[in-house]
Design a binder for this molecule. Sequence first.
Ligand SMILES: [Zn+2]
Ligand SMILES: [Zn+2]
Length: 296
Amino acid sequence: MLGTSCMVPTKERNVQAIYVDFKGGGILFDCGEGTQRQMNIAGINRNKIRKILLTHWHGDHVSGLIGLLQTMSNNENPQKVFIFGPRETKERIAHLLRAVSFENNRIELEIKELNPDGVEKIFDNEDYFIEAAYLEHKLPCLGFSLVEKDKRKINMVKAKKLGLREGPLIGKLQSGKSVSFKGQTISPDDVSHMQKGKKLSIILDTLPCKNAYELAKEADLLIAESAYTSEMEEKSLEYKHMTTKQAALIATTANVKKLIITHFSQRYKTNKELEEEIKTFFQNSQAAYDFMSIKL
Ligand SMILES: [Zn+2]
Ligand SMILES: [Zn+2]
């Protein structure tokens, strides 16, 4: 959690950014002002970022983007970066790139402007897929889910008992196919089991809405905004942000395993009050703090 503040940085909290380290590549969700420095402090190598997913174009979520791209493009051999964002993302990035002078713009960007209808798959590879959906905020704002695919795990003890050794036969079983070995047929289920992939959902600036419930369905971890405590519901409606109670409503409705709240209004000096409150609404929950790290 590289920033947990809403709108403005405070002495205790930076504005929004969440870094996910997955399969050796980095996925950055939002890039508020100061994200680069937060990455320095957290010991995260900026050049590992492969994807940047932008929820929306409010400054507290994107104002660090141009600085980050500039630094990455100063690298000798920068790798291609994919930027995913809501409607108007292409135009806004073009403006950013024009507004700032690059010494050498070496970085190759591929910008994917998303316009999902309900919950839609926006990326898919052999290890995981990403889903996005529009939420209900003042600007077009996306929520995201990162879903790891189920993987077959070979039990080598069982395999060795049948006389199998590491090699192409194991590879075939791993891919879910039966093999013939010493006159008998071995099915994948004889020596392996399916390990369920994990799901992470990130739902920032919004009011509770149908897409939020669907996106977060059965997530192992939901990171949701709670700009306010529950007595501030009127304000949250006005600004289209959530209270702790509303974040917990999404977590409960979507049947998620764990909830972490973030994106706190500057009126809260620490996250203590928010943490105490969220625990009364959803048991397996926590209030985030800058540099909080979670292993899923
Ligand atoms: Zn925000
Ligand atoms: Zn916003």
